[in-house]
Design a binder for this molecule. Structure first.
Ligand SMILES: [Zn+2]
Length: 212
């Protein structure tokens, strides 16, 4: 996870969020609620989020948009009645992959401070204050390690070290470590390493930790 600067609120939300929220809160049937709720999927909202997150998941930094549409993720889950009024709240919207956002991981969970939450939000928090991004040379694994209570809760509940994700991330880090050996003498290698640390690069938090 890396820090993301939130883009200005899309104009469609400036214009419609209040009205959409009133309709949603006034809905009395499941069908009405579903229809009212679905407005958040507006493509003008999605486009801004895809841009803002460089097509990557807010939580796990996997590139999404070359293989999937990505989910508009409600940080405070819209499925929880306490947060229904935040369905169209710009600061509550992120882009996430289907796995981080799925029921097995984040789903409708949103732990309170008493339960180790809230989750780390890449737009509001400094992820580096809450996680270490460590490549273990012995285990040969690139692991996200929570270093605060909220970081640990986020790492565990959102599954930031799930097997397939960690394996993919590990392959990326191992390639970068080889490239790093050449970076002192080969400008192309140095450039590849530099690009790996940019906001739009997959698993940039790990690449950044390698060049420190
Ligand atoms: Zn993800």
């Amino acid at each position: 996870m890396i820090k993301i600067q939130r883009s200005p609120k899309p104009s469609i939300l400036e214009k419609c969020a209040d009205q959409w929220t009133r309709k949603l809160l006034a809905a009395t049937t499941k069908k009405e609620r579903g229809k009212a709720e679905s407005k958040y999927r507006h493509e003008k909202i999605k486009d801004v989020l895809v841009n803002m997150f460089n097509g990557k998941c807010a939580y796990c930094e996997s590139k999404i948009t070359h293989i999937d549409y990505g989910h508009i993720e409600h940080f405070k889950p819209k499925g929880n009645p306490s947060y229904q009024a935040l369905t169209f709240e710009w600061t509550n919207l992120l882009l996430s992959c289907a796995v981080c956002n799925g029921a097995e991981h984040k789903g409708t969970k949103f732990p309170s401070a008493a339960d180790g939450g809230p989750f780390i939000n890449p737009c509001d928090d400094q992820p580096g204050d809450h996680f270490d991004f460590i490549y273990d040379q012995t285990a040969k694994l690139a692991t996200v390690i929570g270093k605060t209570t909220r970081g640990i809760t986020t790492e565990i509940l959102i599954g930031l070290n799930r097997n397939e994700l960690r394996a993919q991330r590990t392959r990326r880090v191992q390639s970068l470590l080889v490239i790093k050996n050449y970076a002192q003498t080969d400008p192309e290698a140095a450039e590849i390493l530099r690009q790996a640390t940019l906001d739009d690069a997959e698993y940039a938090a790990f690449a950044r930790s390698l060049i420190l």
